[in-house]
Design a protein around this ligand. Structure first.
Ligand SMILES: Nc1ncnc2c1ncn2[C@@H]1O[C@H](COP(=O)(O)OP(=O)(O)OP(=O)(O)O)[C@@H](O)[C@H]1O
Length: 317
């Protein structure tokens, strides 16, 4: 029962640190080994647990998978709710399924935190993929343990441990064929790239990548703090003062710009938009504008005028 004990300990430690007052938690349960082990561990940790099982309706057997997962959760001593969702096609199937899943979990959680079964292996895959794609520090920093209402108690746990816990408890997790389908980049990273890299470097690669993520998160947090201080002094009449911004290093400037864009109502700004707005600060003299989207009725731009970045909304005819 070594793995069951280790995984349960991870959940107990997580709950003590982040949810000292919570008696009820939800668990996002796909039926796979990670979230099944998480559900069992949360019950064993003494929490009152409701397993939320999202049925994306994308595979012929999805309703059976969901009801088996829910039944297993009930047998473990948790309550279980199945949430059928309709998945659109916006931004690709995987992204649409993820968006539908998170919004269903959020709608069903009823004020409770939701624990997710991401493991150290997921973290390592995210870091490696981010590095290979030239992503910024924010995405290479990987997932956080606690971004309310989402908790990830298993980020320090290996996937081998969740599988072993399921075996120890006699649980049969669902083996999602997607998780073995080599057409998915992440699957190739998991099955081909990481094992090879681990072999070449004599082991420890997953742990090392997770350490990289953790140290980047610490650096990011420090830069976020500096940016918050600078941003507080740079906002004038809902605009951003260029002179204050221009003195700061790029990592701080771009953070102030991102925060300000969010505050003035931009949806999650892309790196391209942030870089273009930053160019208004560092390269433009006089006037300039960057489109930041909008909708059918209005066009939105960031404009540089008289030492200030401001948001301009123009109604479309
Ligand atoms: N259909 C689902 N219903 C509820 N929660 C889900 C669902 N799919 C994923 N999740 C949650 O998100 C986490 C990460 O999802 P991901 O797709 O990476 O995992 P997975 O392949 O389903 O593996 P596992 O179930 O073993 O965690 C899961 O551990 C689970 O907590």
């Amino acid at each position: 029962m070594d793995s069951a004990r280790a995984v349960t300990r991870a959940v107990t430690d997580f709950a003590a640190e982040y949810l000292p007052d919570a008696e009820h938690v939800c668990v996002g349960l796909s039926g796979g080994p990670d979230s099944l082990a998480l559900t069992a561990a949360a019950v064993r940790a003494g929490l009152r647990v409701t397993a939320l099982v999202v049925d994306h309706g994308l595979q012929a057997n999805s309703a059976d998978v969901a009801s088996t997962a829910a039944a297993t959760a009930r047998a473990l001593g948790a309550a279980a709710v199945i949430l059928p969702v309709r998945v659109g096609r916006d931004g690709g199937l995987e992204a649409a399924a993820r968006a539908a899943r998170y919004s269903a979990l959020d709608a069903a959680r009823d004020g409770s935190p939701v624990l997710l079964g991401h493991t150290m292996d997921d973290q390592a895959e995210t870091v490696l993929l981010g590095l290979a794609r030239g992503s910024g520090a924010r995405s290479i920093a990987g997932m956080r343990t606690w971004t309310p209402p989402w908790g990830r108690p298993l980020l320090g746990v290996r996937r081998t441990q969740t599988a072993a816990m399921c075996a120890e408890l006699g649980l049969t997790p669902y083996a999602d064929p997607h998780n073995r389908d080599p057409r998915f980049t992440r699957v190739r990273v998991r099955t081909d790239v990481l094992p090879l890299l681990d072999d070449v470097l004599n082991g420890g690669v997953v742990e090392a990548l997770a350490r990289t993520a953790a140290s980047l998160r610490a650096d990011n947090d420090a830069l976020d703090g500096l940016a918050a201080d600078l941003g507080a002094g740079a906002v004038v009449d809902a605009g951003l003062e260029i002179a204050v911004l221009a003195e700061a290093p790029a990592a701080v400037r771009t953070r102030v710009i991102r925060r300000w864009l969010l505050d003035v109502g931009a949806t999650e700004p892309t790196t391209r938009v942030i870089t273009a707005v930053d160019d208004l600060v560092t390269r433009w003299h006089g006037q300039g504008a960057v489109a930041i989207g909008g909708d059918d009725t209005a066009r939105r731009e960031v404009v540089r005028t008289a030492g200030l970045l401001t948001l301009r909304t123009t109604l479309r005819r």
